[in-house]
Design a protein around this ligand. Structure first.
Ligand code: SF4
Length: 352
């Protein structure tokens, strides 16, 4: 059993003072509207702040309210999200907005158990929305905050399993303390900001850290060795041959209706595996396309979470009549035809 205790008042007052003097001026901090907090927290999952800022502003311009988002078409939302990656987040946001409109009168539910029922809302996102938008004393725990506490409290071992569960319980207790609960909006944002700017993964800025005086890792010189790494999921590799059929600036694209990770996106027709001498036959069988191979291009790889996708482009010409229904001729990136960023990567690789 870990012994987790801190000088709460001192911790909170140093942290809050630092935050009020150093907070970044970010667009989602303009007000505490639950929808803005929600969209920003979903976008910030696995994604850096500087990448998120323009997407957040464009998303809010396009879908200014939960209702506007609920009423939009999924492919339009994916287009707006295009390039931000982890598209399941956008689909869940859309589904959750529809549920909020149908079951909660268009207001994000301020109740933790109801919030957790929504697609794509886990304890971190629910905690962020409830605390930042509604001022509820609910803790948040992500990689940044976990790292800060694992150093501050000198938690040895990886932050997973029972260690993580104990840290969660400790945080529930911490945010119920009066000196924290009364400033929960700033307190939780201060923890996020500290994890992002000061207690960073590789080079924590301990010398200028407001918590340094009581940080155990700093006192013992362990700030660069904690937390210990978590068990990583093995990377899975996949190979695909993709057919590039051009007409001016347009390409023949088909909508993916199968993969869980690229479903709904428009892609170059592709088949599994690297190119073989039977590729024209395989494209005919899989897509009904009669192709003549002109040239093979260098492969392009693309990571989606634990998957490494290797795309082998082949430049081909179309021998069969114009394909119908599941295909379209379009300039990749055109609104209404969302594409994954790997499509642009392939096109860029052809220029070099
Ligand atoms: S003193 Fe260093 S290790 Fe401790 S909380 Fe601050 S930045 Fe992190």
């Amino acid at each position: 059993m870990l012994k987790l205790s801190i000088p709460v008042q001192e911790f909170a007052s140093h942290l809050l003072k630092w935050y009020r003097e150093n907070r970044r001026d970010l667009p989602w901090r303009k007000n505490s509207d639950p929808y803005r907090v929600w969209v920003s927290e979903v976008m910030l999952q696995q994604t850096q702040v500087k990448t998120v800022v323009p997407y957040f502003e464009e998303f809010l311009r396009t879908y200014p309210s939960i209702e506007a988002l609920a009423n939009a078409q999924e492919n339009e939302i994916l287009s707006t999200w295009s390039g931000l990656g982890y598209y399941k987040r956008a689909r869940n946001l859309h589904k959750a907005a529809q549920i909020v409109c149908e079951q909660h009168g268009g207001e994000f539910p301020p109740d933790l158990s109801q919030a957790l029922q929504l697609p794509g809302i886990g304890p971190y996102t629910a905690g962020a929305i409830l605390s930042l938008a509604y001022g509820k004393p609910v803790p948040i725990l992500d990689g940044n905050i976990g790292r800060l506490f694992s150093r501050y409290l000198k938690i040895e071992g990886a932050l997973e399993g029972s260690t993580l569960a104990q840290l969660r319980r400790f945080l529930v207790q911490l945010v119920s303390e009066a000196s924290v609960a009364e400033s929960i909006r700033d307190f939780n944002q201060a923890l996020m900001e500290m994890g992002a700017l000061v207690c960073t993964p590789r080079n924590p800025q301990c010398v200028s850290c407001p918590l340094a005086a009581s940080c155990i890792a700093y006192e013992k010189g362990l700030e660069k060795t904690l937390p210990q790494p978590r068990t990583r999921r093995a990377v899975q590799e996949f190979h695909y041959t993709v057919a590039l059929i051009a007409r001016g600036e347009k390409y023949l694209l088909t909508q993916n209706r199968e993969d869980t990770f690229l479903r709904g996106f428009w892609e170059f027709p592709r088949i599994q595996g690297p190119p073989t001498s039977r590729l024209a036959e395989n494209f005919k069988m899989t897509h009904g396309l009669h192709l003549k191979v002109r040239k093979r291009a260098a492969p392009v790889s693309h990571r989606i979470t634990f998957r490494k996708l290797n795309f082998h482009p082949v430049l081909v010409s179309l021998q069969s009549p114009e394909p119908q229904q599941t295909f379209t001729w379009t300039k990749p990136g055109q609104k209404g035809y969302p594409v994954s960023s790997y499509i642009q990567k392939i096109l860029k690789s052809l220029e070099s």
